[in-house]
Design a binder for this molecule. Structure first.
Ligand SMILES: *[C@@H]1O[C@H](CO)[C@@H](O)[C@H](O)[C@H]1NC(C)=O
Ligand SMILES: *[C@@H]1O[C@H](CO)[C@@H](O)[C@H](O)[C@H]1NC(C)=O
Ligand SMILES: *[C@@H]1O[C@H](CO)[C@@H](O)[C@H](O)[C@H]1NC(C)=O
Ligand SMILES: *[C@@H]1O[C@H](CO)[C@@H](O)[C@H](O)[C@H]1NC(C)=O
Ligand SMILES: *[C@@H]1O[C@H](CO)[C@@H](O)[C@H](O)[C@H]1NC(C)=O
Length: 383
């Protein structure tokens, strides 16, 4: 009863009033999907890089300063946006990183995201070893066979996995730690921005098809944010606080192609699957950061190269005044806006397409209903 009241009340509250604690408190009951699998980069990593030979790490102070157990490998002061979406979906615990999986708990999902990871295998290799999207899929196959073992058969695993949500948030590093570093990577000599986006989307779509083959039916595909508006880009280009427009343009091109991919897949798989697109450029632009005082500088003193927080340096006092926690990654406060906008987009602002996560999740029931109806009509036809 009390929890119902909390749920009803918070819907009426303006977004900015939702404090971190509030979101944690309103988690109760059964999650809206039985399982959630997370693929991506540092925007979603929750500890997969901690023991990898890479400089792309965040398991030290002051990362995690606002997270209940301190630094975990999350590249932010508190929660990643997918952590908050996980809470909005009603899960009682965050989805564990693949690196910490010990056999129990995999039925609720696994987080494969790795800081620095890209769609392309060579992305971020100058920072050491990170887990590219292809390798994340390989790790998922390991988990899928463990799930088949637990449930007794591959068929049962498939049926179960059909109900899960698959969240894919990757691609920024294919620009930041690949295309924009011509001294290390040849991609910008080979492709123009249009061709490069096309190549990335093709490789992404092959991975999504592979995921479909092993049971994925419900997908959240997150577009790129405005890469030219990170404090790192602003600093490196000496633009005196304004966004670097030539680094933003490719994000728009990539996102338009990702949105078309969503349309294509929704047509191709209209009978069994649903894909949604999250337009990260519609919110991450410095102009729309209402309520935040600082959108072009990091809260934690950051390294000039790499952009991570300098270990043990004191961060800014009021983290909710800042869009950016370090030179690349948003604060928990900004992640709340992203998460709530992705989950619940009632005004069809264009942030989610063609529907928000809340409706995507309900959609499952609809597809099941359709399958029941189909079965019923088959029954009546054969009787
Ligand atoms: C296994 O992982 C779960 C969830 O992460 C944790 O609660 C549990 O303590 C772990 N068990 C062992 C034996 O490490
Ligand atoms: C940089 O920005 C600051 C604050 O917006 C402004 O006062 C200053 O004149 C700018 N400097 C240059 C060189 O444009
Ligand atoms: C995302 O949103 C921005 C800002 O509203 C818009 O300009 C852009 O066209 C959108 N992108 C896509 C692919 O819909
Ligand atoms: C932190 O900043 C927010 C937003 O500007 C403000 O509402 C809040 O009062 C500040 N908190 C503290 C402790 O200064
Ligand atoms: C519909 O029938 C198929 C095969 O006959 C079966 O696998 C599926 O579980 C049924 N769906 C429902 C919702 O009963």
């Amino acid at each position: 009863m009390e929890s119902m009241m909390i749920n009803n009340t918070w819907l009426l509250l303006p977004i900015l009033f939702l404090s971190a604690n509030y979101l944690i408190q309103c988690v109760n009951g059964k999650p809206q999907v039985p399982c959630l699998f997370i693929f991506g980069d540092s925007l979603s990593d929750s500890g997969n890089n901690n023991n990898l030979p890479t400089s792309s790490k965040a398991n030290y102070n002051p990362y995690g300063i606002d997270f209940p157990i301190g630094p975990t490998g999350r590249f932010t002061n508190g929660r990643n946006s997918i952590d908050i979406i996980t809470q909005l979906l009603g899960f009682e615990k965050f989805i564990p990183p693949f690196a910490n999986i010990n056999g129990s708990g995999i039925l609720k999902g696994v987080n494969y995201a790795s800081g620095g990871a890209g769609i392309r295998a060579e992305t971020s290799m100058t920072m050491g070893f990170v887990i590219s999207l292809g390798l994340q899929l390989k790790n998922h196959r390991v988990i899928v066979s463990q799930i088949a073992g637990k449930l007794g058969s591959v068929d049962k695993a498939q049926q179960y996995l059909n109900k899960c949500l698959y969240y894919v948030n990757i691609g920024s590093n294919d620009y930041i730690n690949n295309y924009y570093l011509p001294q290390y990577y040849p991609t910008s000599h080979i492709y123009n921005t249009e061709q490069y986006a096309e190549v990335l989307i093709q490789e992404l779509s092959l991975n999504l098809l592979a995921l479909h083959e092993i049971g994925a039916r419900k997908y959240v595909l997150v577009g790129l944010g405005l890469l030219g508006c990170t404090p790192n880009a602003i600093y490196l280009h000496g633009t005196n606080g304004s966004c670097v427009e030539e680094e933003n343009a490719p994000a728009y091109i990539y996102n338009a192609k990702l949105k078309s991919l969503v349309d294509n897949f929704n047509n191709k798989f209209s009978l069994d699957s649903k894909f949604i697109f999250i337009n990260s450029t519609s919110e991450s632009d410095g102009q729309s950061s209402d309520g935040f005082l600082v959108s072009n500088a990091p809260c934690c003193p950051s390294r000039l190269v790499g952009g991570g927080c300098i270990p043990d340096e004191k961060p800014c006092y009021n983290r909710s005044d800042y869009v950016f926690w370090d030179d690349f990654h948003p604060t928990d406060a900004w992640n709340q806006l992203i998460a709530i906008g992705s989950y619940d987009d009632p005004y069809s602002s264009g942030y989610t397409y063609p529907m928000d996560i809340k409706h995507l999740v309900e959609q499952e029931t609809k597809m099941e209903l359709e399958s029941i109806n189909e079965n019923t009509s088959q029954l009546s036809a054969s009787s």
